[in-house]
Design a protein around this ligand. Structure first.
Ligand code: SF4
Length: 701
């Protein structure tokens, strides 16, 4: 008998590596094998992707709805009882306190179909404006800066395959060697081809070890660093004046702002020596083509939009953006971080990446949904603000595919807000720390058990295919929304008909809703996705033949009214919380190779747990000596928001004024207990990457 091989994609990060799945010989679950024909990873997988089937196993994942009993325990229940409780819980709050008293919180791991349906569910079935998702914590500053400068945000406006063929890449606050290991080959091939790699990171990460030049600024100062580089570009006569004249607007003000940032001043702010700044400018400007790629480092700041804007300004002044093998891009983190922000689960967006405040966009989408545009609510709170309003303005929450008890900033406070809700319903695969606080937990299908699309960091729309039958007792998120809609209709309204359960049917509706929008998917079909290695949006329906998709954006014009990119003048400002006498050290947070995001899935995989069993505090030997702490001994890290304890990991790979903690764990080592929810005024991104802390040695227990 021939083996059934299902080509699909990894459930985790935005690289969306291709993989093949075959049924396991013992009949339980699936086995992962190489899918070499998928061009992005050519068969390579990291440990997370390779071990992803472990989360499909019974005993790890949920297989029955859970409801809270009178004694306060979560106990198994039938779907009928659980859905009834959710319908009454959400509907009761809506009917008593108004629709905006119900919140909806989504995730960047949800497929496009689920993200689309969730945005529609919030606005049509519940009528609430209060919906946002955890992608707000991921790349929203890059999205805001991209929209301001280019009139459009697509993580990478060019495919990854362009990286090895450019002349220089500045990688800012990104550690792909750990976050998406198969992508490292693009950077090693770049160097093999004679190009150079500059890494900007306060830590000498595994990626920085591959760099020709490593710049290690103090956390929260990379805006000043970019301004210093732009100053030198101007001072050394390296601007591309013809490009600036023909393809941009607003240069003079930006130029003036950069000229106020003298290299010596920038060295004082950032700690990066002037000769290194000069070397970076030389490496970046000498080749014909060059790129700047950012990730969470510059983005997760209370000035993240300006920081990314400063790096985009550098690209524009040197004539890089919108040219072959050149430009600015963002390396999105979550599996569907890109698609998740395009289809309406973001507080201010409608499907197709349309603005919720645009009357024409509202009319178009309302037409597809069969509702009156005047009934669509306006923009709601951003993710942190929504979570912060729980238990006060927002009394009930439906949460899908997110674990904010671990991943939100000021997490102990947010946990308290979640506990104070009148009603919490969570749809998840596992009993995450947030699901454990719910009144009702609905167990849902996951990647290998369902079909759906995701959009990778390249803007490449991909088809994830169902490879096995889900276990008894679980349902898809789409079925959940269908069933809840049936329970939320008023006056005999047949709401469930608006929420199909078949993913392809939802995608067909998404195509219509996105048609004509910035993220136009109308020319993409499941059939095409099954036959091609993904399709890049925008891909409008294009008679007579199929539109080929758009791997490279902006080569002729930018997506602004006049086709020109916009310089956005920015100036250095300090992080919202700078070190002082009481809290003299900077904390920055991030990820490790063997865990993913809040760890809800990967902490349940034995092999990954063995590789990364718990949190740690990375600190410089000088700091450790001052504290009297040896390797492995517990260290308390205290901020104005709380205290976390984890073993010391002592290394010269970090600046002496900075400590690092990974954020994958709950409990006393929860890094996000410490982080600062100061928000970027444009993107509403919290400042995960820099806050002031003090360190205390702890007696080992
Ligand atoms: Fe999955 Fe990302 Fe690892 Fe690829 S790099 S296998 S997409 S987690």
């Amino acid at each position: 008998m021939r083996e059934t091989v299902t080509p699909t994609h990894c459930p985790y990060c935005a690289l969306q590596c291709g993989m093949n799945l075959t049924p396991a010989p013992d009949g339980r679950g699936v086995v992962v094998s190489e899918r070499t024909e998928f061009p992005v990873n050519r068969g390579a997988l990291c440990g997370k992707g390779r071990t992803a089937p472990a989360v499909l196993a019974a005993g790890v994942r949920l297989t029955s709805p859970l409801v809270r009993d009178e004694g306060g325990a979560l106990v198994p229940a039938s779907w009928e009882e659980a859905l009834g409780r959710v319908g009454r819980g959400l509907g009761g709050i809506r009917d008593t306190y108004g629709a905006d008293a119900v919140g909806v919180f989504g995730g960047g791991g949800l497929t496009n179909e689920k993200a689309y349906a969730l945005g529609k569910f919030a606005r049509v079935a519940l009528g609430t404006s209060q919906i946002d998702y955890n992608g707000r914590f991921c790349m929203s500053s890059a999205a805001a800066a991209g929209n301001l400068a280019f009139g459009l945000d697509r993580g990478l406006p060019f495919p990854l395959e362009d990286i090895p063929r450019t002349g220089c890449v500045i990688l800012v606050g990104s550690n792909p060697a750990e976050t998406m290991p198969p992508s490292l080959r693009y950077f090693t091939e770049l160097r093999e081809n004679g190009g150079t790699l500059i890494v900007v990171d306060p830590r000498r990460t595994k990626t920085a070890e591959h760099a020709d030049l490593h710049l290690a600024p103090r956390p929260g100062t990379d805006l000043a660093l970019a301004l210093g580089l732009l100053h030198l570009v101007v001072a050394e006569g390296r601007t591309d004046e013809a490009y600036i004249r023909e393809r941009t607007g607003g240069w003079e003000e930006t130029r003036a702002a950069a000229m106020a940032h003298w290299p010596e001043y920038v060295e004082r702010i950032t700690g990066v020596p002037v000769p290194q700044l000069r070397e970076a400018v030389r490496l970046f400007c000498e080749p014909e083509a060059a790129m700047v790629l950012t990730a969470r480092g510059p983005e997760q700041q209370s000035k993240g939009t300006d920081t990314v804007g400063a790096w985009i300004n550098l690209c524009l002044a040197t004539g890089r953006a919108g040219r072959p093998l050149s430009g600015y891009g963002c390396l999105t983190g979550q599996g569907n971080g890109q698609g998740g922000r395009e289809h309406g689960q973001k507080a201010d967006q409608l499907p197709g990446y349309r603005k919720l405040t645009d009357p024409a966009a509202r009319a178009h989408v309302a037409g597809v949904w069969g509702v009156d545009p005047d009934t669509l609510p306006g923009p709601g709170r951003s993710a942190y603000e929504l979570l912060d309003a729980l238990g006060t303005d927002i009394r009930a929450l439906l949460l899908m595919g997110s674990n904010p008890v671990v991943s939100a900033p000021r997490a102990a406070h947010i946990e308290g807000r979640i506990r104070s809700l009148d009603f919490l319903a969570v749809c998840d695969v596992v009993l995450s720390e947030t699901a454990a606080l719910a009144d009702v937990v609905l167990p849902v299908t996951q990647w290998a058990e369902e079909t759906g699309t995701t959009t990778s960091l390249e803007g490449r729309v991909l088809l994830r295919r169902r490879a096995i039958t889900p276990p008894e007792g679980v349902r898809s998120d789409l079925e959940v929304m269908h069933e809840l809609a049936a329970r939320l209709g008023r006056d005999g309204e047949n709401l469930e008909k608006k929420f199909p359960t078949d993913p392809e049917e939802v995608f067909e509706e998404l195509r219509r809703a996105s048609a004509g929008g910035p993220a136009d998917y109308s020319g993409i079909t499941y059939r095409r996705l099954a036959e091609e290695s993904g399709v890049f949006w925008p891909c409008p329906v294009d008679a007579p033949g199929p539109h080929p998709g758009t791997p490279r954006l902006f080569l002729d014009r930018f997506a602004t009214g006049d086709g020109r990119a916009r310089f956005v003048p920015v100036s250095h400002r300090a992080a919202a919380e700078e070190p002082d006498e009481a809290y003299p050290v900077l904390l920055t947070t991030g990820r490790v190779v063997a865990q993913y995001q809040s760890g809800a899935q990967t902490r349940r995989v034995d092999e990954l747990n063995a590789a990364a069993p718990g949190p740690f505090v990375e600190l410089h030997p000088r700091l450790a000596e001052r504290l009297g702490v040896a390797e492995g001994e517990p260290v308390a890290v205290v901020s104005r928001r709380g205290r976390a304890v984890a073993p010391a990991r002592i290394t010269t790979a970090i600046r002496p004024d900075t400590v690092f903690m990974p954020f994958h764990w709950a409990g006393e080592g929860r890094a996000n207990t410490l982080t600062n929810p100061a928000l970027d005024p444009t993107s509403r991104m919290p400042e995960f990457k820099a806050c002031a802390v003090r360190l205390e040695a702890v007696e080992a227990g």
